[in-house]
Design a binder for this molecule. Structure first.
Ligand SMILES: Nc1ncnc2c1ncn2[C@@H]1O[C@H](COP(=O)(O)OP(=O)(O)OP(=O)(O)O)[C@@H](O)[C@H]1O
Ligand SMILES: [Mg+2]
Length: 196
């Protein structure tokens, strides 16, 4: 069992979106047994995905024992003031995905992650990246090349609004799905390679 946390000090940067899509990619495309723990009191993930027919499972309760799954994903709340148990979860994680928007202020705030997580465990993701915006392109050019990219695509927001993901059957032919799947699969490949 591998533990993957999705955490950023900043709010609204795509943590829950990324968690949902990698969970569905791992379980639907790669046949992995995936359990997602919603560690955010807002419970966005749990409320969105508890009721649907998905190949992954969702819980809002931290399991007392080691969960029976291949991947245990944790959707964190946006804060740098972590509780003791959340710090422990980060320490136990095999990888920590840190989404950040293409802005210097956001990149600065993400530096705090290094106080809690070893750098070799971090997978940086440039999230909601819109290449049409010149300021974002300029920030991206300054970044190290190891950032995974999750673009600003309406399909990510649209599927979650409909309690679905880009791997749901109904989504297959919608505009943007092929591109979004490629991005999510690149991220999942990197994750799986990194932990195996
Ligand atoms: N790649 C994307 N493209 C377009 N919209 C996105 C993308 N990622 C997230 N969004 C939208 O941005 C908003 C915030 O996303 P999300 O809830 O995933 O962020 P979060 O980091 O989990 O927020 P919080 O810190 O409140 O938990 C949502 O409306 C979501 O649909
Ligand atoms: Mg969230």
């Amino acid at each position: 069992m591998k533990i993957i946390s999705v955490w950023s000090p900043k709010g609204g940067v795509g943590k829950t979106t990324i968690t949902a899509h990698i969970a569905d990619c791992m379980s639907t495309k790669y046949g992995k047994n995936v359990l997602v723990y919603d560690a955010d009191p807002q419970q966005t993930f749990y409320h969105t995905y508890k009721g649907g027919t998905f190949n992954f499972r969702a819980t809002d309760v931290m399991p007392e024992n080691v969960p029976d799954c291949d991947f245990f994903l944790i959707d964190f709340k946006p804060t740098i003031e972590l509780s003791k148990s959340h710090k422990e979860l980060l320490t136990m994680s095999d990888k920590v995905i840190v989404p950040v928007r293409a802005s210097r202020v956001d990149l600065d705030s993400a530096k705090a992650v290094s106080r809690f997580v070893l750098s070799e465990k971090v997978i940086n993701v440039l999230s909601c990246y819109d290449k049409r915006v010149s300021d974002q392109r300029a920030v991206k050019e300054e970044l190290a090349s190891d950032y995974a990219i999750i673009s600003y695509l309406s399909i990510y927001a649209r599927t979650m609004n409909d309690f679905k993901t880009i791997y749901s059957r109904e989504t297959k032919n919608l505009h943007g799905t092929t591109r979004a799947r490629k991005e999510v699969e690149d991220l999942v490949d990197r994750l799986i390679e990194g932990v195996e």
